[in-house]
Design a protein around this ligand. Structure first.
Ligand code: ADP
Length: 579
């Protein structure tokens, strides 16, 4: 329990340091207004003493005006401070959640591939949006709601003690009843809330998968199956929330009972004193009103008992992500490599203990085209991922221009490569934005790229030209068109090394010719590595590297390898149906 408390306190302390601290001035100002607003309740009950003793009992009608004036002013102050507080706190809590969302996205983007393997997009979306908003909501209710209520209670308490300390004690007879249930409820809500956030992640993941795979869902008639799975998740969220709200309501309910007991106690003790004339009616009314006014804030605070656990659960999930450190990090070198020769030496690499590359070694000469061929699953794409450091090898050395990859700044390293593949990630933006990718270029350069990549052929025929939307994930374009957009990107990037993943699915003859022309133009003068699926590409390559089971089995040019009549010749017969 103490451990938990310590951990939660640490979480909130970190949040203060990382996110709230810059706004301390605004928070301090809000606190001043909170104190003002909260203390009006105490003053209000205090004013009842002169109201009763002087006006009602004393018969002094003049006092009506000044007492009434003071009471009205108190309400006026409450109204104004409420508005000021609300705007101050909203501006702080929104600023905090916005900064958190931005930080999380930036941080998540820097994490390694295996993180994304373990955390599906839906779950991550839920973390960035759902968790930060959960923290934001609680934070604002906490400060503006709980803060004001605590101040109100303190001021009412002050009035109560000033009127009669013994009555105050009597009013609190039931208070110890609250302690244990409050602690238990907090623990319960924290546990449930964590489960609830996990369920919310699953809900987002299911939605993401269904909506992205909508065609597969329809074609395989999975609608009922997916609906059932989704219904089970939302149902368990619903059940969890009902339980949380029922259990959470027990504390405010107990506040009712405890207050009832308090009234009884005060009546028993104070009622007798007033009738005996030891205390005035004003004293009693003042005290009674303070108690009555304390009732609502106390109840609200009771229902907040679980609410801050909600923030703790989400905050924990946010920091779980922010505390992850990527294994793939930038090196110090910011100059580009002296040349673009690529060398792999005895590279070994595995995914989750399953070996994929088993001592792979080859060289791709600068300015030449090297074709990687081999059966599916041989490890060809893994080579691309290693070169761009999407993954790092378990052992072995990879150099670019003689410099180990790890020495480069990641941005500088990735700037050396342009990758073109058919499943190029297109965004739901215009063709223009999909080609520029956030790096502005002048129109002439864009036009040259669009023409070189044969994008112009189809873009110019569209009513909005380059300003046509590519659709979600580029779904408004055909495979060949997507690939040509990817080529246009590569032309603009003008990186010295080209990584080409040839399409496995057949393009129609016309598309294929255009794509081929565009690629040929692009690879001129660049170091090119191509995962080849077309015989024409392999034939033209300066060097062919045949990979099987994560190892190089043969190396040479087409004629040499055919003459050897080994693995390559067999592959050519199998894959291309000819020799
Ligand atoms: P190729 O491009 O030659 O078809 P890949 O390099 O894509 O082969 O894959 C090589 C092996 O690595 C395959 O057995 C594949 O299942 C495995 N693999 C690739 N990516 C991952 C991953 N992210 N997690 C686990 N295994 C992977």
């Amino acid at each position: 329990m103490a451990d938990r408390l310590q951990k939660t306190a640490n979480l909130f302390a970190r949040m203060w340091r990382d996110y709230l601290h810059p706004y301390w001035a605004r928070i301090a100002l809000a606190l001043v207004f909170l104190i003002l607003e909260g203390s009006t309740l105490g003053l209000l009950s205090w004013m009842l003493k002169p109201l009763f003793d002087r006006v009602f009992v004393g018969g002094n009608t003049d006092a009506i005006w000044w007492v009434g004036g003071v009471i009205f002013t108190l309400f006026l102050i409450r109204a104004m401070t409420f508005v000021i507080n609300r705007s101050l706190m909203t501006s702080v809590s929104l600023a905090v959640s916005t900064t958190m969302q931005r930080d999380m996205l930036r941080h998540i983007m820097a994490l390694d591939g295996d993180f994304f393997q373990k955390n599906p997009p839906g779950a991550l979306i839920e973390r960035v949006q759902g968790d930060t908003i959960a923290v934001q909501g609680v934070w604002s209710t906490f400060i503006s709601g709980a803060g004001r209520d605590v101040i109100s209670l303190l001021s009412l308490f002050g009035v109560a003690i000033a009127v009669d300390p013994m009555w105050t004690l009597a009013a609190m007879v039931g208070a110890p009843l609250l302690i244990l249930p409050t602690l238990l409820v907090q623990r319960y809500i924290r546990r449930k809330m964590r489960q609830n956030r996990v369920n919310a992640s699953q809900r987002a993941t299911r939605l993401d998968e269904v909506l992205h795979g909508i065609n597969a869902v329809k074609l395989n008639r999975m609608e009922d199956y997916q609906t059932d799975r989704f219904a089970r998740i939302v149902d368990s969220i619903r059940r969890g929330q009902i339980k949380m709200s029922a259990i959470g309501a027990t504390v405010p309910a107990l506040v009712d009972i405890v207050t009832g007991l308090g009234f009884l106690g005060v009546l028993a003790l104070g009622g007798a004193e007033v009738t005996r004339g030891e205390r005035t009616v004003g004293d009693f009314m003042s005290f009674f009103t303070a108690m009555a006014l304390a009732f609502q804030p106390l109840r609200r605070l009771g229902s907040l008992a679980g609410t801050w656990q909600v923030a703790a659960a989400s905050l924990e999930r946010i920091y779980d992500v922010l505390d992850l450190r990527p294994a793939i990090t930038s090196g110090p070198r910011r100059e580009p490599p002296p040349d673009t020769a690529i060398r792999l030496e005895d590279v070994r690499m595995s995914y989750d203990g399953h070996p994929v590359l088993n001592g792979l070694s080859f060289t791709a000469e600068a300015g030449h085209t090297t074709a990687l061929v081999g059966p599916s699953g041989a490890g060809k794409s893994t080579v691309f991922n290693l070169l761009t450091r999407m993954v790092d090898p378990d052992s072995g050395q990879i150099t670019l221009g003689g410099v180990p990859l790890r020495e480069f700044d990641l941005g500088v390293l990735r700037d050396q490569f342009s990758t073109v593949s058919q499943d190029a990630a297109l965004f739901d933006e215009t063709l223009r934005e999909n080609i520029l990718l956030g790096h502005p270029q002048d129109d002439a350069a864009l036009r040259r790229a669009v023409e070189a990549a044969h994008v112009a052929e189809f873009a110019d025929a569209l009513p909005q030209g380059l300003d046509t939307s590519a659709g979600p994930r580029g779904s408004a374009l055909s495979g060949g068109q997507r690939q040509r957009v990817a080529i246009a990107r590569a032309v603009l990037r003008n990186a010295p090394i080209l990584l080409l993943d040839e399409a496995t699915s057949a393009l129609d003859a016309q598309s294929e010719r255009l794509v081929q022309q565009a690629l040929d133009g692009l690879s001129v003068g660049r170091t090119t590595l191509v995962i080849a699926h077309r015989l024409s590409t392999v034939r033209q390559a300066d060097k062919i590297v045949v990979i099987d089971a994560g190892r190089v089995v043969e190396e040479g040019n087409h004629d040499q390898l055919i003459a050897q009549d080994g693995a390559y010749a067999a592959l050519v017969r199998l894959q291309f149906g000819e020799t």
